[in-house]
Every structure is written in C-alpha cells, then in structure tokens.
Design a binder for this molecule. Structure first.
Ligand SMILES: O=C(O)[C@H](O)[C@@H](O)[C@H](O)[C@H](O)COP(=O)(O)O
Length: 223
C-alpha cells in the first residue's frame, strides 16, 4: 500500500481522474473490454466530473458500482443514479453500465442473474473504493452477518449486506473480486478517515474490512 497526499480535494479529484484515465487507456490497449468499478457515497462525484471528459474508447468500458443500495434507481441514495449523473455523461456516456441491483426484486432473487454479468468481467481492470469512518469499504461492514463468507477467498462475486447501521439492504462485490482488481485505488478525505485507515492496518478484516483489500492499494488522501 502507498499513500499519495494532495494539497486539497480539488487537486486530488483532478489528479486521480487523470491517473484513472491513463490506466483505463492502457488497459484498453490489451483488452477488448475493460471493467471499471467505482464507489458510491459522497467522495467520488468530483472525480467523475473530471473523468467523464476523458478521451477514451468508452464504448469498450464496462462501469459497475462496488456496491449498491437496494433502492429505486431514481433515489438520491442510489449509486447507479450518482454514476449515471456524474460519470456516464459527456464522453463517458458511451460506456455500458452493469448494475448490481434490479429494482423491484429482492436481492436474493437477482443475485445469480447479476453474478453471471460480473463473472466475465473478472479480474476488474481498475477499481476505486471509498471507505467509511467505521473501516467499511464497498458494502463490507464490520460485524455484519455474512462478512466472513464475503471476505473468503472462494466467495462468489456478490453478497447481500444487511448492515445494522444502514437504512437499506445492499448488494456488494465481495473481498476476492475487490482484492483481485489489477489496479486498486482508495480515496479518503480528512483526518478521521486517515486515522481509521491506520487503525485498520493492525486489525483483522472481520473488524476492519478495508484491511482485506489493501495489498497493492494506492491510497489518495486530502484533508
Ligand atoms: O455506496 C456506498 O456507500 C459506498 O460504496 C461506500 O463504501 C462508500 O464508499 C463509503 O461509505 C464512503 O462514503 P463517503 O464517500 O460518502 O464518505
């Protein structure tokens, strides 16, 4: 793991967008189709605003969320909505979106169908993750039911998450899919998350799920 520090969040967003565009371009040289997984939440919006203008063959990029909240696609809690509004616009509108949830169904009903879409995209070419103060990443939350199975090396691509701290059920990429990405980036802001990340490094993944994916990770931090 290495940590890159930025003078401020605006600089971080522009630099990270450039790094991601470069990595996607390189991956497109060697692959017909390239999988690019991105988080929801409040952190990635400004990165998306810059990245969406990158001059890439976006029609060969498959964009998927690292996790999804089981809410209607027009909800302001939907990661799909954030990604469509802020990333899949401008040049990046040509990319295909691969959903992790199909509204109106129970997560268990749709899981096999969505897993079949995800499997051919493994390993992910480029992964961006966010992290919470509680050291969760994607929707792998400390203490949630099924966490050990979702972190196991033989876990299926997706898991249903029902964290007690969250208002809705979620569907998340599992530990091996995230950890197996060919290029991994974690974006965090502020001292609280930086301290949480440092704490995570000495904790088992069941207590600090982010710890399960830090091998080879580039962490991008601004206050
Ligand atoms: O949909 C989600 O909630 C995420 O993918 C999640 O893992 C997020 O990245 C962290 O909770 C950080 O969220 P913030 O960026 O809002 O701090």
């Amino acid at each position: 793991m290495k940590i890159q520090e930025y003078a401020d969040r605006d600089m971080l967003a522009i630099d990270v967008a450039n790094v991601l565009a470069g990595e996607l371009e390189a991956a497109l040289l060697h692959n017909d189709v390239v999988a690019f997984a991105v988080p929801g939440g409040t952190t990635p919006g400004p990165i998306f605003d810059s990245l969406c203008a990158a001059d890439l063959e976006w029609e060969r990029v498959r964009v998927l969320p690292t996790d999804e909240r089981c809410v209607p696609a027009d909800s302001d809690r939907s990661n799909e909505r954030l990604i469509r509004d802020r990333l899949l616009t401008n040049r990046a509108a040509a990319a295909d979106y691969v959903p992790l949830y199909i509204p109106g169904k129970t997560p268990e009903e749709v899981l096999p169908q969505i897993e079949a879409l995800i499997e051919p995209l493994r390993p992910l070419a480029v992964l961006v993750l966010g992290m919470g103060d509680d050291m969760h990443t994607a929707s792998l939350f400390p203490g949630m039911e099924g966490l050990a199975q979702a972190l196991a090396s033989n876990a299926p691509a997706l898991a249903v998450a029902r964290p007690q701290t969250q208002p809705e059920t979620r569907i998340t990429l599992t530990g091996p899919v995230l950890d197996g990405a060919l290029s991994k980036h974690l974006v965090i802001y502020g001292e609280k998350k930086r301290a949480a990340l440092e704490r995570a490094m000495s904790l088992p993944p069941e207590e600090a799920p982010i710890a399960a994916v830090l091998d080879g990770m580039t962490v991008h931090w601004a206050d």
